[in-house]
Design a binder for this molecule. Sequence first.
Ligand code: WTA
Length: 654
Amino acid sequence: MSNSIETFSEAETQIEPPEAFRKAARISSREQYERLYRESLDAPDAFWKRELSELTFRSPWTELVEWKLPHAKWFKGATLNITESCLDRHLGTTTRDKVALLWEGESGATRSITYAELTRQVQSCTAALRSLGVQQGDRVAIYMGMVPEVVVAMLACARIGATHTVVFGGFAAESLRDRINDCGAKVVLTQDGAPRRGAPVPLKQTVDEALRSTPSVQHVVVYRHMKDTVQIQMQPGRDLDWAELLAKHAGTGSSAPANSEPAIVDAEHPLFILYTSGSTGKPKGILHTTAGYLAGVHVSTKYVFDLQPNDVYWCTADVGWVTGHSYLVYGPLSNGATCLIYEGAPNYPDWGRFWQIIDRHKVTILYTAPTAIRAFIKAGDEWVEKASLASLRLLGTVGEPINPEVWMWYHEKVGKRRCPIVDTWWQTETGAIMTVTLPGAVPAKPGVTGLPFFGVEPDVVTQDGQTVPPGEGGSFVQRRPWPSMLRTIWGDDERYRQQYFSDIPGYYFSGDGAYRDKDGYFRVVGRIDDVLNVSGHRIGTAEIESVLVAHPSVAEAAAVGRPDDLKGQALVAFVTLKPGFSASPSAAEDLRQQVAKEIGKFARPDEIRFADGLPKTRSGKIMRRLLKDIAAGREIKGDLSTLEDRSILDKLSK
Ligand code: WTA
C-alpha cells in the first residue's frame, strides 16, 4: 500500500427516497432493511432459504457455509444448474413469453428475444458445444461483443457445466492468448466483428492471431454478425459457423434438441473465471462458483434495483467485465427481468444516443458508470434535455467513486429529482453488490456508497485489523465470507491467500480505502494499492510497467495514476531510456502503441514522461508516492529521508 487515507468530513447532503418510490418499494424503511440485514447475519440459514426459495435447486444444501479461512464453501450438498433458475423456471409461468433480451445494435437495428426463445437458443448452443466435445469441467473462452448471442454462449457453457471465461473485446491478441492459456480453454466462441463508432472491431482476426500459440484450443465458433462488411478467414477443421452449427441442433417442433439438458452440478462447481488486474504481476483469474454466485446476484438484483415485473432494465456495462456478468446476465435473468443490451458507443452517432434509447424502449432502470456520466456532462446538457426520460424510475452507478457534483447532475438532469440513485460498491472478486443505499429504504448521500447489503459485514480497519472510529479512514475489509465471494485465483491458490488475506490477517482486504460515517454509511475513496481505475477500467500498474520494460529502448518504467476530471484517473508512465535511445514524441507514441498491442487500446498511458532517473529508496525501491505527486503537479509532501538522490526530484518536477 502506498497511499495514506486522511480523515474526511461528513457528507452534508442527504437525499430522501421520493415518497412515490418509497410507497411501492420492496424495502421501504430503514427498520425493514435493518431487520432483514440482522437476519441475514444472525439467522443466515433462514434468510437464504426464504430468499432463494423461488430458484431451482435439484437437491437442497445440508450446510450453509463451511469457512476455513481463507476458503469458503457455500450451500454444501446442494446441486443445481444455474440456467434452470435463469431460464427453465420461467417457462411454466407468464414470464415464458416476456422479453428477456431487448437488443439495440449500434446501427439502430433492434431484436427482442423472449424467455422461451432464449431458452431454445441456449439449448441449441448447449447441444452444439457438446457435439464439439465440450464437457462438464472444460473451459471455454468467449471473445464477443454486445450481441444476444454472447448471453446464449455464456448460458450454454453454464448449462454444460463448462467454465466460461469472457474476455473483453477491447483486449489485444496477446492478452486473449494469455487468458486462454492460463485456463486451458478448449473452445473459443467469437464473432466476425463488432461495430464501434461505425467501424468494425475485427474480433475473429484477433482470435486468429491469439491462436497461433494456444495448444489447448480445438475449435472456434464464429457468429457472423457483420457478414457484409467484415471479411474473415475460416480455418477448415478448426473453425465453425455459429448459425450452421446451431441449426444442426435446433430440435424439432416443441421438443428440445437432443443433448441440451442441463448438467446438474455441485454448488461449488466452477461457473466462470474472469481475469482482472491486481497490484502485482499478470492478471489473475478470479474464480466464481455456482450456487453462492447465483444467491448473491439474484438477491442483490432484486433488492438493489427494486425489480418489479414491468421494469425494462438497462445495465450499460460490457459483458466482458464483472458488471456485465452479474447485472446484465445472471442476476436479471434469474429474476425474470427484461434486459436491454445496447451494442455500441454512448456517443454514436452523437451524445444523445443513450437518452434516445431510454425513450425508445421505455427504460425504467439505468445502471451505468461515473465515467460515462462525466462524459455526458462534458458533452453538454442539451443532449439529455432533448429527451423525455419519463419512463425512468431508478438510477444506479458502479465502478469508481462518483463525485458529488456528478451525482447531483445525474439526479437532476437524468433522474429529474424523481429517481433514487444507488451507488453500488463491489468488485470482480465480490461477485455481487456489497454496499448500497437500498432505494426505497434509506436516504442517499452523494458520493457515499451506503450500507452493507444482506449477508455482508464490511469494516474500516487499521493495518492490524482494529476498527477505526467513524470519520477516520482505513482499509476497507470484509469480516466474514459471503456467498458470491471469489473462491480462489485460478491455478494459484497461494496468490489468492497472499493477495486478499495477508495484509490484514483474518479479513478479506479489497485494496480500497474507505471511511464510515456516523450513520453507518461507507464512503469508498478508491484504491490504495497499485491498481488504477481509468474510465472505470481496472489496470494494474505492474502490467503496464512490464509491457514498457519489454520494449528495447526502455531501462526502467513506473506507472502511476493522476486525478483526471473525465476518466477519474489518468495513467502516467515515467520512463528512463537505455543508452543510445533518446526521448521524443515519436518514442512516446511507440511506447503507447506497445501497450495497445500487448494489452489493449484502453490501457494506453495518457502521458509518457521521460526521465534521467526515477526516485528510489536507498534499497532501490521506486518511490511511487513521489511520482504520484509529481504526476498530479502537487507539492511533494512527506518524508524524503529514504530518497537516495534528491536531485532527481527537481529534474522530474520540471
Ligand atoms: C472501484 C467493478 C467507489 C473500487 C464492479 C473497486 C468503486 C474496483 C465503486 C473494482 C463504487 C467499484 N464506489 N469505488 N460504487 N464500485 N469501485 O473489479 O476501487 O472492475 O475496488 O469491479 O472499482 O473494480 P472491478
